[in-house]
Design a protein around this ligand. Sequence first.
Ligand SMILES: C[S@@+](CC[C@H](N)C(=O)[O-])C[C@H]1O[C@@H](n2cnc3c(N)ncnc32)[C@H](O)[C@@H]1O
Length: 241
Amino acid sequence: MSDPLYDDPEFLELYELFPRQQKGLAGAGEWPDLQALLPSVSNRSFLDLGCGFGWHTRWAAENGASRVLGLDASKKMLDRAIATTDNPAVEYRLTDLDNLDLEGETFDVVFSSLTLHYVADLDQLFTTTRAATAAGGSIVFNVEHPLMTGPTKLDAIDHHGTTVWPVDRYADEGPRTRTWLVEGVRKHHRTVASWVNGLIDAGYSIDRLVEWSPTSEQVAENPAWEIDRTRPPFLMVAAHV
Ligand SMILES: C[S@@+](CC[C@H](N)C(=O)[O-])C[C@H]1O[C@@H](n2cnc3c(N)ncnc32)[C@H](O)[C@@H]1O
């Protein structure tokens, strides 16, 4: 089993060029705000859903996590994660999150970065993670914001001299096929309410939502992020059991 998108050499060659894949967490503008949602990982077990190259699994291990498990459907992503991780607390497993089985395993912190919008059956996933979240444990994740996953066209437009982000089909949840580095990339759109209520229905209690946009200072350093202050690129959620 393997993720055809992230195993596609043409896609991967372009994906590796992103600053966040070159510099790791230092190249991810939202990381300080996502990190602020996380509880301490020291002496706690940490599960990373869609770990990619393993930036967050290594961070958890370096910050004292007792056990770290990184799951990903792409063999090529995992090969690189394994090659760049030498901490014995970290384990990686080739896993499709649409068929996740965590039977008999528990984690204090369930985490995911920019992956869950690829999952088709979110209710099933949250039910599985909830059963595997230890008492007092947490789930923290970020996803592409529904204002990014919903619209048919991802294009800012000028409206009487103001830059606006057109939104359509917001209530029409389900798959969207995008051109993102390559053609035919499939993501799943859900409303903000569905992300939150999916957690509640699975038995989590919500702690905080962040509709992340860069600060004005970050935009000054990265002018291409200006549009991210018109609409947030990411939704972050923290919840506990
Ligand atoms: C945008 S990358 C994020 C990687 C990493 N979490 C990070 O923030 O650097 C999305 C990751 O999700 C993985 N992925 C996508 N669909 C998946 C699925 N159904 N099951 C497991 N992993 C999946 C991809 O292989 C890829 O590594």
